[in-house]
Design a protein around this ligand. Structure first.
Ligand SMILES: CC(C)(COP(=O)(O)OP(=O)(O)OC[C@H]1O[C@@H](n2cnc3c(N)ncnc32)[C@H](O)[C@@H]1OP(=O)(O)O)[C@@H](O)C(=O)NCCC(=O)NCCS
Length: 224
């Protein structure tokens, strides 16, 4: 796509006084989307984050209106064990990029990538980061892949909705360009979800190898 021109935005960590603006932007951003694409959040979720369960960053437009926000949650969702799903140490410091929204008029400017970069910059340097994105929401998971996340698993979460589990470390060593065996990687788009699930559970990882090309890389090629 042709990216739209950047705009002057003011970036901040949001506070309790922004709660209503966050709730309003979330409601507008997900209008028309089902829970199979994005999780509708309760106001208490955002209130808890502003009250110390993590942080929410936001961008304000020229008129001071909130045009984008992104959530960085301390710890995994209650009752979930990404450490077990992803083979992380039991004492891993886990933080979750737990949702973002961009107002319709500001889409197509890679603001979600900016939200991801900024939250990674605010995360604990030693943290294990994860995020979820529905396979049917490619705008969301492609942004995460662009910012160094890898697709690691496909799971049913949030009352039985299918999500990719994507992960990266805060401090990331760029994977060395290992010479990949001919035909080793498999284009994600060409694989049905049950085949993706099978390969991911065997240790294959989804990566972006060109602006819009995502592949699954076999375990022997993923590096560390
Ligand atoms: C997902 C979302 C955060 C992406 O934000 P963004 O900053 O617009 O992302 P990008 O600029 O990278 O654009 C992503 C894609 O959306 C497309 N797009 C969708 N609506 C668009 C619009 N109105 N104008 C321009 N591009 C648009 C872009 O073409 C782009 O496609 P590409 O990746 O093939 O190039 C935003 O669409 C959104 O708020 N969606 C609803 C909530 C949601 O799904 N959140 C993520 C999961 S929690």
């Amino acid at each position: 796509m042709t990216l739209r021109t950047p705009v002057d935005l003011q970036w901040d960590t949001l506070g309790p006084e922004d709660l209503d603006r966050i709730i309003d932007l979330h409601a507008r951003a997900i209008r028309g989307m089902g829970p199979d694409q994005v999780r509708p959040e309760h106001p208490e979720f955002f209130a808890g984050l502003l009250d110390g369960a993590g942080l929410i960053i936001g961008a304000r437009g020229p008129a001071g209106d909130l045009v984008a926000y992104g959530v960085l949650q301390d710890g995994p969702d209650p009752g979930t064990r990404p450490d077990l799903w992803l083979g992380w140490p039991a004492d891993a410091r886990i933080q979750k990029l737990a949702g973002s929204s961009v107002a319709e008029a500001y889409r197509g400017r890679r603001l979600q990538c900016e939200l991801i970069r900024r939250r990674v910059g605010l995360a604990d340097p030693d943290a294990y980061l994860y995020a979820t994105a529905a396979p049917s929401n490619p705008a969301s998971w492609r942004s995460l892949l662009r910012e160094g996340f890898e697709i690691r698993r496909l799971r049913r979460v949030y009352q039985d909705s299918l999500r990719y589990i994507l992960a990266r470390r805060t401090r990331m060593v760029a994977p060395s360009p290992t010479p990949m065996a001919e035909d080793a990687a498999r284009p994600l788009d060409a694989l049905p979800l049950d085949e993706q699930d099978r390969l991911l559970s065997q240790g294959w990882r989804g990566r972006l190898v060109a602006p819009a090309v995502c592949v699954l890389v076999p375990p022997e090629e993923v590096g560390t």
